[in-house]
Design a protein around this ligand. Structure first.
Ligand code: TRP
Ligand code: ZN
Length: 896
């Protein structure tokens, strides 16, 4: 079990090769929900590079040992214990057969072998395989697997595992079997099996070299009408990896299976990806445009792991970003290409903006708290706690920087060399960096700091224009500001920061760039390489004082400090040729205003917003030359969580008041414009999930959301009700319901109730839609006489609510605790008491999910004193009661 008295710290520096290697594994399963028997026959040999003479220490958890045999003969020299099985007196090479039992029906952790809706599933990453059988459950032990599944045929007609189906047939007593062989060696975390009543859609395609491939998406029968988009996304992923990276599908058969009880998004098991239903099932009636995009991204992500993760895997879990950062980067590029192709920079920027927004809101926050860690962590207590925004999203930014430094072609050369050198191996982040360096003839020693230093770097910018000399000097200074102690400890020196910059003239056009020492100007965006604590870059031939466009396309995961005036930001918002920075200018302008408003709200001073700010947003709203998707992104104000994070002392109530004030002001001042935009972007006709149609819906629904902010939201209520009734897709129906919930804050709860009730009845049999129903209510705005904690409390007792299903728990509890800050951080501490209760309850069922919820209080020290004190009490209560090392690591680090 993951319960231990004093959780041990695992350190990267302690890595040692395994004492034994496993060449092949034959697994036989007798699948019974209450007690499944697993017979595991392994061929082992001593590792010539391992510790000589060591005993065999197999990992095992929540297993019942039945028997051990050496080369077919019962072997008595073994001892089963809390963490596994020790076997002694072994030759240098041998066959070991272990029979054990586990209890899938009782397994609420969703790690190892478990039952969901009557079907069997596995989840092995990171350390779940040891809950299935005794094994060297570590990623640097790679073996060939043969798997035989036996089960009752009526209850489990479909039997799946990794690789190719080589045999199937009938057995006595209504049972049957299937035998699978995976031709590729793999680490145990990529093992998977699925058994149950499932159906599939299938496609046969030819891969780049002309081989036929069978593609399947397996779901429960009632979900078959929601599989088309996942299948299309899979085919697009296969094509994209061939075209962009020359990587072909290496198996004859590739399967995706959907399961409704799942801890995370999806899992890249070799040839048998297992997905949370949320990232597979989509049709227009049940899934929003965001859901469609997420399905595409996650299908791509798991598919891309086949090369970046499976063919080349991680030596140890400290190297997790080797596969995750790289694969997130690949899925981001895939989604951008699907949106805008190679060339439509504005369409590609939409994806970039969404990704950067998430990075800033969640990864920067992680870097600022007690869980701060480098992309390649130095230590952990529970590895499941390190599947983080830092490892995934900052890791992807680190990979992106290679591409920014070397260009797409240079990056591709590095990838090619990486596969040439390491295919079939378990390697490190250093191996990846060296392949990129060698392929491009560069020394990337300094670049390692991106993997070893935690905290969010800051780049301060000073500029000086010399009109006599026509020179423009840009001085960049890098530092970490006043960062979290957990991050400070890791910092050793300056980073290599690719800093993309452009200069904009008074006419709004880019100035051709010529650095001192260059013979002629080249291009209008330059990637400066900042390698020292401070460096000055001087541009020559600059005819007038330009306006700098800094860190174009967010070329490095840093905070840029530069004092733009409001007028300059408005100018950039109107003119920057870099679409990312155009958005960025609007966000800076809004953030500055909102933080000023927050300070006034905190001091109970009256709030007001300058007309020039309203005018800047009005220009975006009415600029028909901008795509609707871009306008929507530019008109969403920075989130409350992001704003609170920018304050010296976070004050969620003041942030909420400020942001609501600005939303209402923009709604009121631009009421006619919002109405016009709403009308203009309302489309009739069949639903299409294309980027263009998605953009129109997004802008229209943003208009509806703003109209719902008006003091008298009659228009919003009328339009939302009509939209709700007429909707032929979930994007419009859910947006209409959300607008009604928002309008209900002023118009009274009755304004939303009929639609809310209808929504439930209409989608009663669609769990993913009912998740939305819970989430929307948990995230709705409260008022003095209507606290959302009370709404949430009632919903906890709803017959459709259960803590056992992670999606459902997330939809209600996480939505409230992490996406409704103003209500969650209620002054009386009621939100925190609720949080503590739920963390403790979840911990008994599913430590991984409990630990995620536990993290929502980790920034407690950054809040106002009254809130801080209440948060500490709640954390202490959890610390005194939880059992799992997952939650203990989180709360102990928070309190330390
Ligand atoms: N490797 C998976 C991915 O990135 C994520 C993953 C890690 C996971 N551990 C898990 C998924 C546990 C489910 C449960 O795609
Ligand atoms: Zn992944």
């Amino acid at each position: 079990m993951s319960d231990t008295a004093s959780p041990a710290v695992i350190r990267r520096a302690d890595y040692a090769q395994p004492a034994f290697l496993i060449d092949s594994v034959a697994l036989e399963f007798d699948l019974v929900p209450e007690r499944t028997i697993v017979k595991n026959t392994m061929r082992l040999r001593r590792n010539p590079d391992g510790a000589p003479g060591a005993r065999l220490e197999l990992m095992g958890e929540a297993l019942e040992l039945v028997s051990v045999a050496l080369n077919g003969v019962p072997h008595a020299e073994h001892r089963a214990h809390e963490h596994g099985l020790t076997v002694e007196n072994l030759p240098d090479a041998f066959e070991l057969t272990i029979v054990s039992a586990c209890q899938p029906a009782e397994n609420t952790t969703l790690s190892g072998l478990y039952v969901s809706s009557g079907n069997f599933f596995t989840q092995c990453e990171a350390e779940g395989f040891r809950r299935i059988t005794y094994f060297l459950d570590r990623p640097d032990v790679m073996a060939i697997y043969t798997v035989t599944l036996r089960a009752d045929k009526a209850a489990y007609p479909v039997l799946l595992s990794n690789g190719n189906l080589v045999e199937e047939g009938e057995l006595p007593d209504g049972r049957h079997f299937a035998k699978w062989e995976d031709p590729f060696k793999k680490p145990s975390y990529l093992f998977a099996l699925v058994a149950g009543k499932l159906v599939a859609i299938e496609e046969r395609i030819r891969s780049g070299s002309g081989k036929e491939k069978l593609l399947q998406v397996w779901v429960e029968p009632h979900d078959l009408d929601k599989t088309r988009h996942a299948m299309d996304s899979l085919i697009n992923s296969i094509r994209w990896d061939e075209a962009r990276f020359g990587l072909e599908l290496d198996l004859d058969r590739f399967m995706i299976v959907a399961v409704s009880d799942f801890n995370m998004g999806a899992m890249e098991n070799k040839g048998l990806n297992i997905f949370n239903t949320k990232y597979v099932l989509a049709n227009p009636e049940t899934a929003t445009d965001t859901d469609f995009a997420n399905v595409e991204a996650v299908v791509g992500h798991e598919y891309f792991h086949n090369w970046t993760g499976n063919r080349i895997t991680c030596r140890d879990w400290f190297q997790l970003s080797l596969k995750e950062g790289l694969t997130v980067f690949r899925d981001q590029e895939f989604s951008a290409d699907m949106q805008g192709g190679d060339t439509d920079e504005a369409a590609r920027a939409v994806k970039r903006i969404e990704d950067v927004r998430a990075l800033r809101q969640f990864q920067f926050a992680e870097d600022a708290g007690p869980m701060a860690h480098p992309v390649r962590p130095e230590s952990y207590v529970e590895i499941n706690n390190f599947y983080t925004m830092t490892v995934y999203e900052k890791g992807a930014e680190v990979v992106r920087m290679y591409q920014t430094l070397f260009g797409r072609d240079g990056f591709r050369r590095g990838m090619d060399l990486y596969f040439k050198r390491h295919d079939g191996q378990a390697v490190t982040c250093d191996d990846f960096r060296l392949a990129l360096a060698d392929a491009n003839g560069r020394d990337l020693t300094q670049f390692e700091r991106w993997y070893s230093q935690a905290g969010t770097p800051r780049v301060s910018v000073r500029t000086a224009y010399d009109s006599a000399q026509r020179r423009y000097a840009v001085t960049l200074t890098q530092h970490y500001g006043d960062c979290a102690p957990a991050a400070r400890e890791t910092q050793t020196g300056p980073l290599l920061i690719p800093f993309a910059l452009g200069l904009i003239g008074r006419d709004g056009r880019d100035v051709p760039l010529r650095l001192e020492g260059e013979t002629q100007a080249a291009g209008t965006t330059r990637v400066l390489e900042l390698t020292e604590a401070e460096q000055t870059f001087t541009f020559v031939d600059v005819a007038e004082a330009p306006l700098p466009s800094l860190l174009r396309n967010f070329s490095a995961p840093v905070v840029v400090e530069y004092d733009y005036t409001n007028d300059e930001l408005a100018f950039l918002l109107a003119h920057d040729s870099d679409p990312f920075n155009r958005w960025e200018a609007g966000q800076r302008l809004a953030t500055r205003e909102l933080l000023a408003l927050t300070a006034r709200a905190a001091a109970s001073e009256p709030l007001s917003l300058d007309d020039s700010v309203v005018a800047a947003f009005a220009r975006v709203l009415t600029d028909e030359s901008l795509s609707p998707a871009f306008r929507e992104l530019a008109l969403i104000l920075p989130s409350e969580a992001y704003l609170a994070e920018q304050m010296a002392e976070s004050n969620p109530a003041a942030v909420h008041a400020a942001r609501q004030f600005m939303r209402k002001r923009l709604a009121t001042a631009l009421r006619a414009e919002w109405l016009a935009v709403y009308e203009r972007h309302t489309a009739s006709g069949p639903y299409e999930p294309t980027p263009k149609a998605t953009g129109h819906r997004a802008l229209k629904n943003l208009a509806l959301a703003y109209l719902a902010e008006l003091d008298d939201p009659v228009d919003a209520i009328r339009l939302a009700n009509a939209q709700y009734d007429a909707a032929n897709n979930m994007t419009d129906r859910a947006a209409a319901l959300a607008a009604l919930l928002a309008a209900a804050t002023t118009a009274g709860a009755a304004a939303a109730q009929p639609a809310l009730d209808d929504f439930y009845r209409r989608f009663e049999n669609e769990p993913l839609v009912i998740d939305k129903w819970f989430a929307m209510q948990a995230m709705q705005r409260g008022s003095l006489d209507r606290r959302i904690i009370d709404v949430v409390g009632k919903l906890m007792a709803h017959p459709a609510f259960t803590l056992r299903n992670p999606n459902r728990a997330r939809s209600l509890i996480f939505s409230f605790c992490t996406h409704n800050p103003a209500q969650f951080h209620a002054e009386d501490g009621s939100g925190y008491a609720f949080w503590a209760e739920q963390v403790i309850a979840l911990d008994a069922l599913n430590p991984q999910v409990a630990a995620r919820l536990a993290r929502s209080l980790e920034l407690w020290r950054r809040y106002t004193p009254a809130l801080r004190e209440r948060m500490r009490e709640a954390l202490e209560r959890v610390a005194s009661q939880v059992k799992s090392r997952d939650v203990r690591e989180v709360v102990e680090k928070a309190l330390a």
